[in-house]
Design a binder for this molecule. Structure first.
Ligand code: GUN
Length: 282
């Protein structure tokens, strides 16, 4: 069994991006810029945003955080996004989710110029991804995809089972697997017999937020298992996969923590660099 080291893969990707940013700086006399907007006091969001800034600075991306109070008027946020859309120094815009309830998330996502949508949440990017065209790809599934490639270069013909149908991960993950010529089954809370579905899988992507849902006897011998779950329990952080059981059966598996988590921010930086490059070549 191979434990897929997300920390190491993410560190390698950041190093590669650092080189790329340095080359871009020489070529264009400018560096990519990432602006992250944080509204309110959500504790995990504050940590994520801080980590995003730290990693951006590490690779030479110009990072800016804009903080607003919880009671922010929606219009102020939309106007700020409009301003950032027109700012040449800003290659990528990310509005940290969740947003306070009085702010319309959809309106916010759709206000970000799709060319600066480093989250890949804008309908234009979602549509382009599902049509197989060039697009920003949501960071979590992009990270999963890069981790899969660590173990298996050619995924063609593999049967992948995705657990969870969120816009953040399950749906875009399905598109990425289809692009790799996988046969994909997407499962969710109403799926009748999840264990039987999982037993058919060469690849399992678990992203449902249920601690240790996927057990050892749910997994075919030599399957590859990617665990997106980050669940806080009394015994610490655990994934959606029972690591101790599944690691005895799987060919390769990501740990939690240290698997998909570190990849997400590295992929955000990669998306920012891609947005910068596209803006320069226009
Ligand atoms: N909150 C948790 N994950 C994410 C993400 O990938 N993007 C944004 N914008 N907010 C998040």
């Amino acid at each position: 069994m191979k434990k897929i080291d997300g920390k190491k893969v993410a560190a390698d990707l950041r190093l590669e991006l650092k080189k790329k940013v340095s080359e871009l700086k020489s070529k264009y006399n400018a560096v990519p810029g990432l602006t992250v907007i944080l509204v309110g006091e959500d504790a995990p969001s504050k940590i994520y945003v801080k980590n995003k800034e730290k990693s951006a600075i590490e690779v030479g991306i110009n990072s800016k955080i804009i903080k607003y109070p919880e009671n922010l008027e929606e219009k102020v946020l939309l106007d700020k996004i409009g301003e950032l859309n027109n700012d040449k120094e800003v290659s990528g815009i990310l509005v940290q989710l969740p947003l306070p309830k009085h702010i319309n998330k959809r309106k916010v996502i759709e206000t970000i110029a799709h060319e600066k949508d480093v989250d890949g949440f804008h309908p234009m990017n979602v549509g382009n991804l599902s049509s197989g065209h060039d697009s920003s790809i949501p960071c979590t599934p992009l990270g999963c995809s890069l981790l899969l490639k660590q173990t298996e270069k050619n995924l063609s013909g593999k049967h992948a089972v995705v657990i969870g149908r969120s816009n953040l991960n399950g749906k875009p993950m399905t598109q990425l697997l289809l692009k790799e010529n996988c046969t994909v089954t997407i499962t969710h809370s109403k799926t009748k017999d999840l264990k039987t579905e999982c037993l058919r899988a060469d690849i399992i992507i678990a992203a449902v937020g249920i601690p240790k849902l996927v057990k050892g006897d749910w997994v075919k011998k030599d399957a590859i298992v990617i665990d997106v779950g980050i669940n806080k329990t009394e015994s610490g952080l655990v994934g959606d996969v029972d690591f101790d059981e599944v690691s005895k059966v799987a060919k390769a598996i990501t740990p939690v923590p240290g698997g998909v988590g570190p990849m997400t921010i590295a992929c955000l930086l990669s998306n920012t660099v891609e947005c910068f490059k596209k803006a320069q070549s226009k």
